[in-house]
Design a protein around this ligand. Structure first.
Ligand code: ADP
Ligand code: MG
Length: 385
């Protein structure tokens, strides 16, 4: 789960990680008042779950309170397009005002979980404010990487190593070390999967502060953090993904044209690979899990058909604990209830497969039954071509 910048900054403050004063404005008048409070100027920032807002017109400087009110009006409700949103952009529903900071240098800092080393890893670079992918491509030597031993936590020497690599000196160095240690504590205690501070800024006064903040959480840890869960913004999630999560189904939106209903993430990967191999690409995949009920299958099917990009559906189920007859009944019920207007290819294998196939055959529905995975992929790809 991801959260907004203003929410991430609330967490930073809780953990005494330095960040400029900031407040959400609910209307233009409030934007004016907050700007007055900040000493007559503010940075007006659109809150969407995507970066690159600055270049897209979602971060603007207000030199006086009236200007802040004007910027608020222009920003709220706008469809903000950035490099990360896709062409349709995202609607701005919240506007955050930040106290302006006199920037001396913009740095880059992130914490993430490195799956190769199974460690929280710190990435830091003196090249802040720009996208890190760009730095990684053109000047990879400018990125420092430090892996933290989970048993020891972030060692003082490691924090100093990062602060040094960022070129911090004197008081900024001391602040930087505290910043890193507090941020590490937040990362671990809140079960984060990613924290990105871009830019981390050294001010003209020599202070170290987080000008931007992006935090992602491990969904499996959310049950321990009702405060974090309360930050969830359903407007920022794909409609079908929200719907699927209501039934404990995993739905992932992709950009092709074939809807995929599978059980298990491994089978989902294999299914997507073979669709690509046969010359098309998946519109989504919906993982019904290892032991879904008939009702869950029905909902899964309905959610897949709701996706307008879906031109054909491939159902690929391997019955282990999951029984093929239950899957078949779910599909038949869903199809009868909502009607299917696109070709549906079904490949069933495993427990109760014969019963499952019989249910499909007896349903009178126009389903394409496939012999195996390869056959299924070829048939579904042919049906969209
Ligand atoms: P995004 O990464 O989505 O473009 P940022 O919050 O990083 O948004 O803002 C973009 C740029 O705007 C920053 O790199 C910084 O130069 C400037 N900026 C943002 N907040 C402030 C602030 N409080 N004071 C001064 N400049 C700011
Ligand atoms: Mg940024």
């Amino acid at each position: 789960m991801n959260i907004h910048e203003y929410q991430a900054k609330e967490l930073l403050r809780q953990y005494k990680v330095a960040t400029p004063d900031g407040k959400v404005a609910h209307d233009a008048e409030e934007a004016r008042m907050i700007t007055k409070e900040f000493g007559g100027a503010s940075v007006v920032k659109a809150q969407i779950h995507a970066g690159g807002r600055g270049k897209g017109g979602g971060v603007k400087f207000a030199t006086d309170p009236d200007k802040a009110a004007e910027l608020f009006k222009a920003m709220i409700g706008m469809q903000l397009v950035t490099k990360q949103t896709g062409a349709e952009g995202r609607k701005v529903r919240t506007v955050f005002l930040s106290k302006p900071v006199d920037i001396e240098r913009e740095l880059y800092l992130s914490f993430l979980v490195d799956r190769v080393t199974s460690r929280i890893t710190i990435l830091a670079s003196t090249e802040g404010g720009v996208e890190i992918e760009e730095v990684a491509e053109k000047t990879p030597e400018k990125i420092v990487k430090v892996a933290v031993d989970p048993a020891l936590g972030l060692n003082g020497f490691q924090a100093r190593q990062v602060a040094f690599a960022l070129g911090l000196e004197g008081n900024s160095f001391k602040q930087g070390v505290v910043f890193l240690q507090n941020l590490y504590k937040l990362f671990v205690e809140k079960d984060c999967s990613m924290v990105e501070i871009n830019p981390l800024v050294i001010t003209k006064q020599g202070d170290v502060t987080a000008l931007d903040a992006k935090i992602g959480f491990d969904d499996n840890g959310l049950v321990r953090h009702p405060d974090v869960l309360a930050y969830r913004d359903l407007n920022e999630e794909a409609e079908e993904e929200v719907e699927a999560s209501k039934y404990n189904l995993n739905f992932i939106k992709l950009d092709g044209s074939i809807g995929c209903m599978v059980n298990g993430a491994g089978l989902a990967m294999a299914t997507m690979d073979i669709i690509k191999y046969c010359g098309s690409s998946p519109a989504n995949f919906l993982d019904v899990g290892g032991s879904a009920t008939e009702d869950a299958v029905k909902n899964a099917f309905r959610i897949i058909l709701q996706d307008k990009a879906v031109k054909a559906v491939l159902v690929n189920i391997f019955g282990g604990i999951m029984r093929c007859d239950i899957v078949a009944s779910g599909i038949v019920n869903a199809a009868k209830e909502i009607g299917i207007k696109v070709p549906v290819v079904v490949r069933l294998e495993g427990t109760n497969v014969e019963e499952g196939k019989k249910i499909l055959a007896d349903s009178g529905l126009n389903l394409i039954v496939a012999a195996d995975l390869k056959d299924a992929a070829e048939k579904v790809v042919a049906s969209v071509k």
